[in-house]
Design a protein around this ligand. Structure first.
Ligand code: ADP
Length: 633
């Protein structure tokens, strides 16, 4: 290292200095005889040990700041004596130019003129070099521990018997091979490193050490770039390029980077993972791998310091250079860059694992689970209720079907005479035609054509009779309530066919005017026919035999929006306004023989079809019943 070391700042602890002065004053005063003789060991124990800690770039420069912090904590914890740690910071390592080194040396010399420190601890290579260079002048016999210094930077030649070295050994090849191990597709590695003399030394060292990688991976060095430029490049790296964080104390434009702000801002913009070989940079920004362990170095440093302060000869305190600790990886970075844990070398430790969501949001999850359970309970309760309702609906339809069936029997009972009449007519013609044909066959030369005509008539009459019976059976058959797609015009026509003869018998004109379009609804055809039949029979009942005026029942269908409409109108007396609200009530009747169940059943049937039925009074006289059913297409 070529840099010369100069004072940058001196950090004295005023309270401790006052205590020290008091201590010196007390030491100068003659002690009472009893005290000085009785407690020499106790006095020695309470006497603070003065420790001078020398920083390299500054007390907040990583990685050395982390070593220094750990050493201080460990020393204060393990030291059997009170320790007075005084820290001095050098910054001459930051620049190439020779700094005013002499005044700083003078300053230290005058500062410790009255009493030298018990031990000097230098942290990092520049501090080690400074201490070695000026130990003769400043602390000729004071023991020194040179710590957190790479073994290559220790000047073995300048070492004295009072010096202990706690060196580290950086294996850059191992650090780079770790990158290729965890990310085997790596094609290039960009090395982020500053431009201070210390950093320049390391660029040359790394280049030499990494020669075996030539041809395997392309190396780029960012030492000539300002940090801003480095950030720009790092955000647009080509695929399969990784970043290696060497050191960034002073960049090429002379900007000094303290703490870990530089690394954090690189991490924020980089489009590639960052690796490093120093533990102080691990934990938030770098992926990990083999690294120098702060704990191991500081533990050895503190052990050395305590042994020396306890009176052991520094020459007897020796440590081998400390290599990389077993590899450690940041779980969050492994996740971010999709690095499989199976790629990590054996014996690796994965840290900063994020607990599963279940552990982070335990209470929230429990609450959500409870809400879901309650909801599931409610839903299953509702489903059960719905099922029960469906069963109840099916049962009620069944009852309705049975009731309707009974009602149909009573309605058809009224039609018996006219049905018998309707059947008699074709049967009578069949008999007459058959007799005629027999007579004709007795003739010597029967007219075959005439006989053929008679047989055709017989067949037609037979079909007519069969049709009457078929209709009757279909309306009387006991079927369960069965919803299907039906065409309403045909269904109504079928019902009318049953009562035509009755109307004829009562001298009533029964007209049917279906709309000239198909009306598709969902329904049970037998039930719908029963309703229509009921309305027609009621309409015919309303027209008294004595009435000599217009005797007419007109049935029509039409489409009203998305509803199909059936209208049954008559020329009877109509329904009294006071009765309009009651006609659909069970047992409401104005007929001496009536049961008052026809319209109540009709209403139930239509509502089971999601439709409506209404009665009204026509201005021209007579009643009008309107049924509406939803159209399906
Ligand atoms: P029922 O025919 O056994 O009386 P309904 O429920 O079919 O039972 O009819 C109830 C009552 O509604 C009838 O008694 C009658 O007073 C009245 N009604 C039904 N249709 C008509 C109509 N077209 N004109 C006049 N009144 C009617």
């Amino acid at each position: 290292m070529s840099g010369r070391v100069t004072i940058a700042s001196v950090k004295l602890w005023p309270a401790r200095a006052v205590l020290l002065c008091l201590g010196l004053l007390l030491a100068a005063c003659p002690l009472p005889r009893s005290m000085s003789a009785a407690e020499p060991a106790a006095t020695a124990r309470s006497q603070p040990k003065r420790v001078l800690m020398l920083h390299s770039f500054g007390s907040e420069f990583r990685p050395w700041s982390e070593y220094a912090r750990s050493i201080k904590v460990e020393l204060e914890r393990r030291s059997p004596w009170p320790v007075d740690i005084q820290e001095h910071t050098l910054i001459s390592a930051r620049s190439n130019g020779p700094g005013p080194e002499a005044p700083f040396v003078e300053y230290l010399a005058s500062l410790y003129q009255g009493g030298l420190p018990d031990i000097v601890l230098s942290v990092g290579a520049p501090a080690a070099r400074f201490a070695q260079r000026y130990r003769g002048k400043l602390f000729p016999n004071t023991p020194m521990v040179l710590t957190a210094v790479e073994q290559r930077l220790v000047s073995r030649f300048d070492l004295t018997d009072n010096d202990v070295v706690v060196a580290v050994r950086s294996d850059f090849l191992a650090a780079f091979e770790n990158i290729l191990q965890v990310l085997p597709d790596t094609k290039a590695i960009a090395v982020v490193i500053g431009a201070s003399p210390h950093e320049k030394f390391w660029i040359d060292e790394m280049k030499r050490e990494l020669e075996p990688l030539e041809g395997r991976v392309a190396l780029t060095w960012y030492s000539d770039l300002s940090f801003d430029e480095i950030l720009k490049r790092a955000s647009t790296l080509p695929p399969h390029t990784m970043l290696f964080w060497g050191l960034m104390s002073v960049d090429a434009s002379g900007v000094v980077h303290e703490g870990d702000i530089a690394l954090r801002s690189l991490h924020a913009v980089a489009n590639a993972p960052i690796f490093s070989y120093q533990e102080p940079f691990f934990g938030g920004s770098t992926v990990g791998g083999p690294m120098h362990s702060v704990a191991e170095t500081s533990a050895k440093t503190v052990s050395a310091a305590i042994r020396i302060l306890g009176g052991e000869k520094p020459a007897n305190v020796k440590y081998d250079p400390i290599g990389f600790a077993p590899p450690k990886y940041d779980w969050r970075e492994l996740q971010r860059w999709g690095i499989s844990e199976s790629r990590l070398p054996p014996g690796s430790e994965v840290v900063f694992r994020e607990p599963p969501l279940w552990e982070i949001y335990r209470w929230q999850m429990l609450l959500i689970a409870a809400v879901i359970l309650v909801q599931a309970g409610l839903i299953s309760g509702l489903l059960h209720e719905r099922r029960r309702r469906q069963i109840a609906e099916i049962e009620s339809r069944q009852r309705l079907a049975e009731l309707a069936h009974v009602n149909r029997y009573s309605a058809v009972g009224e039609l018996t005479t006219s049905i018998a009449h309707e059947l008699n007519q074709p049967l009578g013609s069949i008999l007459t035609n058959a007799e005629t044909a027999e007579l004709m066959l007795k003739a010597t030369s029967p007219d075959i054509n005439e006989i053929r005509q008679i047989l055709a008539d017989i067949r037609r009459d037979d079909q007519r009779a069969s049709e009457v019976i078929r209709r009757l059976r279909s309306v009387l058959k006991k079927t369960p309530f069965e919803i299907q797609d039906i065409e309403l015009n045909d269904t109504v026509r079928e019902a009318i066919g049953l009562v035509t003869a009755v109307a004829d018998g009562r001298r009533i004109t029964l007209t049917y005017m279906p709309v000239l379009a198909d009306l598709h609804v969902r329904g049970d055809p037998v039930q719908i026919q029963q309703v229509v039949l009921n309305l027609i029979i009621n309409a015919m009942d309303a027209i008294s035999d004595a009435d000599t005026g217009k005797r007419e029942v007109s049935v029509s269908t039409m489409r009203a929006g998305n509803q199909a409409e059936i209208r049954v109108a008559d020329t009877g007396p109509g329904i009294d306004a006071s009765d309009l609200a009651n006609v659909f009530n069970p047992f409401f009747t104005t007929k001496p023989e009536g049961m008052g169940m026809g319209l109540a059943i009709a209403k139930t049937i239509i509502e089971a079809h999601h439709g409506t039925i209404a009665a009204s009074y026509q201005p021209a006289g007579g009643a009008l019943f309107t049924i509406r059913l939803p159209i399906i297409r």
